[in-house]
Each structure stands twice: as C-alpha cells, then as structure tokens.
Design a protein around this ligand. Sequence first.
Ligand code: AMP
Ligand code: GLY
Length: 421
Amino acid sequence: MKVLVIGSGGREHSLCWAIAKSPKCDELFCAPGNAGIDRVAISIPIQVDDLDGIMDFVAANAIEFVVVGPEGPLVAGLVDRLDAAGVKAFGPSARAAEYEGSKGLTKDLCAKYLIPTAEYARFDEPDAAKEYIRVKGAPIVVKADGLAAGKGVILCRNENEAYAAIDHIMTESAFGDAGAEVVIEEMMVGEEASFFALVDGKTALPLVAAQDHKAVLDGDEGPNTGGMGAYSPAAIITEEMSARVMDEIINPTIKGAAADGRPYKGVLYAGLMVTKKGPHLIEYNVRFGDPECQAMMMRLKSDALEMLLACAEGRLDKIKLEWHKEAALTVVIAAEGYPGAYDKGSEIKGLDAAGKLKDVVVFHAGTVEDDGRILANGGRVLNVTALGKTVKAAQKRAYEAVDLIDWPEGFCRSDIGWRAV
Ligand code: AMP
Ligand code: GLY
C-alpha cells in the first residue's frame, strides 16, 4: 500500500516510524516531513495547508491512504476532498474537526448531551462578556473560541485579569478572528490527563492514556508551549477511570456528534480534568497530541498502519490492540527562546549515539538536513523517547540519551514525568 502522512513534527515522525514497520506498507511519503522522517519515508516539499498540492500529489502517485497529523488541514477540509476523490483517509471531516476549531461548539455539544464539563457561556461582544464576569466572579477562565496555537486560554485569578483577557482577545484581537467570540468558563480543580480514542463513526476504541507537560519550565512553570514532554501510561487513568470516560464523555460525544450532523472519524483527543466529582471534559482536539503520540507509538505493539486503516474503514469492532507493558517517556528539546522568538540553522550533533541506546528513539520535529549535517529548523526540534519498566526507568533512559546530544543552542526541561515518579 502507498501511504502519505501529512505534517512535519515529532508526532508525524513517530507515525511514519510506526507505519514504516508494517508489512502492508510498500511506499511511505510525508508532506513536508523533516530530516528524521527522511530516514523512514520520502519527504516531499508540499506544505500542510497546500490542499491543492496534496490532492495533485495523491492523484499523480496513486496514493491509497492518507494519514493527517495536524488540525489545520482537517479543519480546512482535506479529508472531505480525499473522500470525494475516493482516497481513504485517517482523520475527521471539516464539520467534525470544528469541535477543535470552535471551543464553543464543543461546549454546546456537552450541554445538549449532558457531558460533564465546566459551566460556561459564549459571547461575541466584550461588554456582555465583562458583565458575566462581574456576576460570576473569579477565578474564571477566558478562552478565544477559535484555533490559537494553544495560546488562547487565559486562567484568571481575579476579575481585573479577566477583564484584561477580554480586552486582549476581543478588543485587541490578539488571536485575530479566533478571538471574535469567547467562551468563559468556571475554573475546575483537579488532575489533568489526555485521553485518546479511535473512532470510526460507530465504534470507539480507547488507546493508552498519556500526559503531557505544557509549561516551558521545570515544575510546570512559565508560559505554555505545544508540549515540552509526555509520558504514558498516566496513573490517574486506571481501567475503571477509562471505562467511566468512555461511558460519560466519549460515547455520548460520538452519538451526539452524529445526531448533530457531524459524524466523527479519526482520533478523538479529550483534554480531561479529573475533579472530585469525576472526569470532566476541558476540550477536544481532533488529532493525536504532540508529543503524547511519540510516547504512544513507542508503546504500540500492534501494526500501526492496520490500526489506522481499520479506523478509516469502519472496522474498529474487529481489531484488538496490543501495547508494550513498559512505560514510555518523551523529552522535547527546543531551540533557546521557544515559545518566543528563536534562531534557526545551528548544527545538532550526537544524534546517532543517542539513537543507538537500547529502547531509545529520537523523533525529529523542526530539523533539516544540509550536506549530511542536521540543523535546527523550528521551535520544538527533537523528541527523545525511551521505553522503561516504569515511568521512572523510561525517564532515566531518556535523559541518558539527551546527555549524548550535543546542541548548545537547545534546551529541555529536566523533570518530565515528575508527577509520575
Ligand atoms: P485548553 O487549550 O483548552 O486545553 O486549555 C489549556 C489549559 O488551560 C488546560 O490544559 C488546562 O490546564 C487549563 N484549563 C482550561 N480550561 C480550564 C478550566 N475550565 N478549568 C481549569 N483549567 C482549565
Ligand atoms: N500536547 C498538546 C497538544 O498536542 O495539543
């Protein structure tokens, strides 16, 4: 089978790495890919938002299956176009992808189908939003409704912060059109976890749980990033909790989404807050988490291509997934300055030595090859991923590999997995 993966991050490297191991995979392409993906797939210089370019490549190369990594092309309707062209695809339609594209839409779904989540209201007008804050008081959470690269959520300790958040998002348009509408929510207290389920329209199959670290600094301090590390399993998602999440959140969502004319296919990523009253939905993403996916792919024993195909073809009720019992942990190495401004082009050495350690894979994100040298080419650059008997053992091995990487212009957190060890 000829397969095309869309994306260029560590998530897509881990998907390509897992898919390439499948006996069913004859040829694997990735658009646009990166220097690490080049080792397991053929990178092609087509950007993820170039839907016409992707469709032309698919037709010209008789691609049979497309796996979409990031949310952008999903929200833009890539899977709809592939469907119309008769090409199998992993990922939701544009209408279903709107659950990530609009936080308010997801909150309305929760309200309609009694899915536990924080109390909320939606506003498209700043004065009404501020009046609601005045009535509700603080702490309170203010969110841009649309896609804001993980930065559109402001946790406000007092009312003045919340009014400022409204000004920032709505009046100053800090996130452009994504902030034309806001969702204001009750602040939930509890432990967070990321929960992933494959959904084929009818059947939902839970995957292993994972947890990421969004903050840039040790101790979960500093501004939020796309994710500085992750580990799997997540202790709080016991088998019992997983069953509750499926019953109370995932299954009602799938039924409700279908009833509302947005039948869901692909991976559904639920950001959860486990409060005293049980699991609550924070938000949905319509794709794998990055870097959670890297830890999950390390633990997957089953054929990844077969798993993704079964999801696309509506056969999830017929497959059973196998996972390594070991834990996996990923440390992200980012360019100095990230999540703010950073430089590109510095050379990274020691990758081969790190990758030779037992049960270690260094997944690339922002890298490019130049004349045999690997150069940094983005904010999050490497994902050093290791397996171990426990999260602690995986952590130890991952940091041994990190120590072998020679890249003075990069930095990483030194405490990934701290909650679990
Ligand atoms: P989101 O982008 O919606 O996942 O939000 C980013 C982060 O903000 C989450 O990972 C939570 O840590 C936090 N957060 C979002 N909504 C709430 C809420 N209602 N209560 C408490 N924390 C929240
Ligand atoms: N790791 C968080 C995300 O992928 O959204």
